[in-house]
Design a protein around this ligand. Structure first.
Ligand code: NAD
Ligand code: UDX
Length: 472
């Protein structure tokens, strides 16, 4: 028979790992072979172990079944490049920390390094797929580098990833759409595009595979994230109005979302969106608009982030006011540290900001999260507070259970919507707490009426104020 299609991916992170696992799982090994490559020996070792480096429901089953069959993890990047027909680039593209565009523009260092590595190693024609989220026209830069440094020919495609963490496997197996941008003007461009379409067509219905020009594809990714984040900021802005006016945010969200033009999803108010993508991609869009002189457009999108920052501050301020304006040396139980449920990821988690602000008030935090590793919490908080772990240790403890976190505390603060927080034994926790016992629900997981009956003084985002809580 003919050779299998050889697919490599540079970057074995949240996107590269699950995406390649699903490609391998959905294709026969005689037709498609997949290699996932990374600089980090530690990450690759974890992908090859029993304990994968990331937690996603359903992921380990897929990886264990395909690993060694048509899915391979390796640090031999040059070998992998030489071997492959199609090379996905799924490296990180964080916000630039210094220089021009610091705090807004995307840092393309890793993308460029990957391109240079491909150019140096490749000796047969390759299709290079931009999987990382990048500013519009990055493909042009990639192409220039590959052409200038390479010995062979390259076709560049843009294929942004829309998976969300916590549902990565489902999102990859049943995507709303797969977007592929390519050079539709040349025969080779069209062939490259068709090769990638055929790969996805193993499991994605053809009508859900969209092909566009490269620039539309690159931009669509930024715009999709900006729209999603905007919905969260929109509902969060209204949550503040609800608290003061007596309306209930979930009732408003439901009434509004039943309009089919608006739709019900992504209208869950919260302590603020987090995750590695929303803020970074909006900042990227803002920077792009500014660089084209579209300042009004830039300001519009920047306000989505401003609302998000305000939501986090507002929540922390409410905690402080409720605790009679002092949190000093008060034990506070923090339930949830991940940026959303079903992931151990804490990147840009609202919990980091809320905990950081409470630590500035000299509160004593006892933090419980069912998935986030202790090391991650320490590293996030030491970075946020600019204090050493030893300095923080007087104020921060990590609890093994929610009960342990709550014992002896003045308040419970819910920052991630883990399912298990819905069914905790709150009356038992109440008994172990100081009086008055407060509960601040940043994720709408609790039944406020039931908690009030237990005796808690409750505050939930978007719910009218509990009149028993002293305000201001
Ligand atoms: P990540 O940090 O989890 O993984 C990136 C990996 O790339 C790291 O393991 C790093 O070691 C590796 N790497 C960097 N440079 C390399 C090089 N030159 N050679 C080999 N390996 C290299 O990042 P991620 O969350 O997977 O995101 C990757 C891209 O996908 C970003 O552009 C992001 O915006 C985008 N994206 C992320 C998500 C998400 O939910 N996390 C969703 C859609 C799109
Ligand atoms: C997001 C996009 O959804 C995904 O398509 C893209 O590929 C990557 O960025 P992710 O960051 O993994 O995915 O999670 P998402 O479910 O979008 O949630 C982002 C943040 O918004 C979380 O902190 C979440 O708690 C918050 N959120 C989401 C809300 O506060 N309310 C909502 O209604 C939805």
């Amino acid at each position: 028979g003919s050779q299998p299609l050889r697919v490599a991916c540079i970057g074995a992170g949240y996107v590269g790992g699950p995406t390649m696992a699903v490609i391998a799982a959905k294709t026969p090994p005689e037709a498609v072979q997949v290699r996932v490559l990374d600089l980090s020996a530690e990450r690759i070792a974890a992908w090859n172990s029993e304990r994968l480096p990331i937690y996603e429901p359903g992921l380990s089953e897929l990886v264990f079944a395909a690993r060694g069959r048509n899915l391979h993890f390796s640090t031999a990047i040059d070998d992998g490049i030489k071997w492959a027909d199609i090379i996905f680039v799924a490296v990180n593209t964080p916000t630039k920390e210094c220089g021009i565009g610091a705090g807004a523009a995307a840092d393309l260092t890793y993308v460029e390094l990957a391109a240079r590595q491909i150019a140096a190693a490749a000796d047969t024609p390759k299709i290079v797929v931009e999987k990382s989220t990048v500013p519009i026209r990055t493909a042009e830069a990639l192409s220039a580098i590959l052409e200038a440094c390479g010995r062979t020919s390259f076709e560049i495609l843009s294929n942004p990833e829309f998976l969300a963490e916590g549902t990565a496997v489902r999102d990859l197996c049943e995507p709303d759409r797969v977007l592929i941008g390519g050079d539709l003007k040349t025969e080779r461009g069209r062939q490259a595009l068709e090769a990638l379409v055929e790969l996805y067509a193993y499991w994605v219905p053809r009508e859900r595979i969209l092909t566009t020009n490269v620039w539309s594809s690159e931009l669509s990714k930024l715009v999709a994230n900006a729209f999603l984040a905007q919905r969260v900021s929109s509902i969060n802005s209204i949550s503040a109005l609800c608290e003061l006016s007596g309306a209930q945010i979930d009732e408003v969200a439901r009434a509004v979302g039943l309009d089919r033009r608006i739709g019900p999803r992504f209208l869950q108010c919260s302590v603020g969106f987090g995750g590695s993508c929303f803020q970074k991609d909006i900042l990227n869009l803002v920077y792009l608009c500014e660089s084209f002189g579209l300042n009004v457009v830039a300001d519009y999108w920047r306000s989505v982030i401003a609302i998000n920052d305000w939501q986090k501050q507002r929540f922390t301020a409410r905690i402080l006011h409720s605790l009679y304006n002092t949190a000093t040396n008060k034990k506070i139980a923090i339930l949830g540290f991940a940026f959303k449920k079903d992931t151990a990821d804490t990147r840009e988690s609202a919990a980091i900001d809320v905990c950081g602000s409470l630590l500035q008030e000299c509160a004593k935090l006892s933090i419980y999260d069912p998935q986030v590793p202790a090391e991650q919490i320490w590293s996030d908080l030491t970075r946020r507070c600019r204090r050493t772990r030893d300095e923080l240790a007087a104020y921060v403890t990590l609890a093994a259970t929610a009960d342990e976190a709550a014992a002896g505390s003045h308040a419970i603060v819910i920052l991630t919507e883990w399912d298990e927080f819905r069914t905790l034994d709150y009356s038992k926790m109440y008994k172990s707490m100081c009086r008055p016992a407060f509960l601040f629900d940043g994720r709408s997981v609790c039944d406020l009426k039931a908690l009030s009956e237990i005796g808690f003084l409750c505050y939930a985002i978007g719910s009218p104020d509990d009149s028993r809580i002293q305000l201001r």
